[in-house]
Design a protein around this ligand. Structure first.
Ligand code: NAG
Length: 210
């Protein structure tokens, strides 16, 4: 309990301070697409192996910035439910593996950040308000959700992706956790999400990675 209060307080203080600091981004969406394609060239059928291969390649490419990826959390946001493992979280970037073993559907969120969703397994469908026909993303495709843009999306069946966001990451947090209060009441997941993201954000900050 003391730890969650400490982490929450530090995150809050930093939320106020960080916009005045200059971000230092380390990831590149083109490189991530390349890593996904490399992993898919090696294995394209078994989702578990694809994900493990992607995490291995990411750790090789970004040894200082990518976590082991062995802790999985549920994520309910925008009416969709998935699970994720946080590979990197700092104030200007995050990298996660996100998806669902059974499919899901919801609102992408509208963020003060750019988001690149590189499909590793299955399909993701999306549409903007007013689009009569859907966009379809398949393994190796990269779905870019630009700053300030929102879409409806669906994973019609099992689907996994390497997701990279760059921008004001803290501003994305309310979207990422509010379904806890309006729907799931899964406080364990909330605590784990705050702990995992907060710990990585602070760890990165302390070594100058904003
Ligand atoms: C995929 O690979 C994992 C790990 O090698 C294995 O445990 C699992 O059974 C495989 N899944 C399928 C559907 O073959």
């Amino acid at each position: 309990m003391a730890r969650i209060l400490l982490v929450s307080t530090i995150v809050l203080v930093l939320a106020i301070a960080v916009p005045f600091l200059t971000p230092k981004t380390v990831f590149d969406e083109k490189k991530l697409a390349e890593i996904a394609r490399k992993a898919l060239a090696k294995e394209s059928k078994n989702a578990t192996r694809i994900i493990n291969n992607v995490i291995d390649l990411m750790r090789k490419e970004y040894p200082d910035y990518i976590e082991k990826g062995d802790k999985w959390l549920f994520n309910n946001a925008g009416g969709a439910m998935g699970s994720m493992t946080v590979l990197h979280a700092s104030f200007s970037e995050y990298v996660i593996i996100f998806g669902s073993a059974i499919g899901t559907e919801g609102h992408t969120g509208r963020f003060l950040a750019d988001d690149w969703f590189t499909i590793l397994y299955g399909e993701q469908w999306a549409y903007k308000a007013g689009a009569i026909e859907r966009e379809v993303y398949k393994p190796g495709d990269q779905h870019h959700l630009p700053f300030g843009v929102a879409k409806g999306y669906r994973m019609p069946e099992a689907c996994w992706a390497l997701e990279y966001a760059r921008g004001n990451i803290l501003s994305m947090m309310p979207f990422g956790i509010f379904d806890t209060f309006s729907s799931t009441l899964d406080l364990w997941t909330l605590w784990e999400t705050v702990e995992v993201s907060g710990t990585q954000m602070i760890k990165n900050l302390l070594r100058g990675k904003i």
